[in-house]
Write a protein that binds this ligand. Structure first.
Ligand code: ADP
Length: 252
């Protein structure tokens, strides 16, 4: 698969001189589901914001290849919904910003809500929803423009375990059905292995790639996979890699 985005020796220093990333190098292939795993503060969010074009690298280059700014959807840890607007209006927003009239957008908005399991909640307000449902709405809003690349920044970190599992299962179904490319930032070994085809393990700040681990397990992945010895073995391997990465001095 040709890469949808490639980071070439990307470094990022913030104005306060914090060096968040140091020569970060990786490629994401079209249609891949890749997890970016690393300790808190290692620069995962920074890497995602650079890919989204929300920040500029200090050094190095990002080649978007097949993706472009309109082709990127972003899901944050907080659902960031407009509290005064219905779910329909919230999910319609990105299309509205593109100048698409409500009537013309209606079908796409309802499909995005439907795909996210929210078809009965188009007229509900965020305050009426659980944390998991708000996150579903946030995912629907990111998918409504049909982006090629979906960037997700610890989207399930604030949710309880059962909800996290359910959303993970549903995200995999969406990924399979819609043929998206997903870059999923997490600090959870278990989540990274369950969801992704490949785990990129980062060093502590300044972040760079410590190693990559291929999750060689077929989809669909379900609860049987979650309780399998294959899953346990992969989690052990990723966990060990993360421990090694954390033991290295990122600044050296
Ligand atoms: P992660 O997502 O892995 O937790 P971040 O990318 O959020 O890491 O942050 C990486 C490092 O950069 C951290 O030390 C953080 O404090 C710092 N950082 C993030 N954003 C800024 C900013 N706007 N200005 C200065 N430092 C920042």
């Amino acid at each position: 698969m040709p890469p949808i985005v490639a980071l070439q020796k990307v470094s990022k220093a913030y104005p306060n001189r914090t060096l968040a990333l140091d020569k970060l190098d990786f490629e994401i292939g079209q249609g891949e589901f890749v997890a970016l795993l690393g300790p808190s503060g290692c620069g995962k969010s920074t890497a995602l914001r650079l890919i989204a074009g929300l920040e500029k690298p200090s050094r190095g280059a990002i080649d978007w290849g097949a993706a472009d700014a309109h082709s990127i959807g972003f899901v944050f840890q907080e659902p960031t919904l407009m509290p005064w607007a219905t779910l329909f209006e919230n999910v319609y927003l990105p299309l509205k910003l593109q100048g698409i009239k409500r009537a013309a957008a209606k079908q796409d908005v309802l499909k995005a809500l439907d795909d996210a399991g929210l078809h009965e909640f188009a007229e509900a307000y965020p305050r009426e929803l659980s944390g998991g449902m708000k996150m579903r709405a946030s995912i629907a809003r990111a998918l409504v423009t049909e982006p090629k690349l979906l960037l997700m920044d610890e989207p399930f970190a604030a949710l309880d375990e059962m909800t996290r599992f359910r959303l993970g299962n549903d995200l995999l179904k969406l990924w399979g059905a819609r043929g998206k490319t997903v870059v999923f930032v997490t600090h959870s070994v278990f989540e990274s292995v369950f969801l992704s085809q490949r785990v990129i393990v980062m060093t502590p700040r300044p972040g760079r790639v410590f190693t990559e681990i291929v999750v060689n397990a077929p989809y669909p992945r379900d609860e049987n996979f979650r309780t399998s010895s294959v899953y346990a073995g992969l989690c052990r391997a990723v966990s060990a890699a993360l421990a090694d990465a954390t033991a290295t001095d990122g600044a050296s």
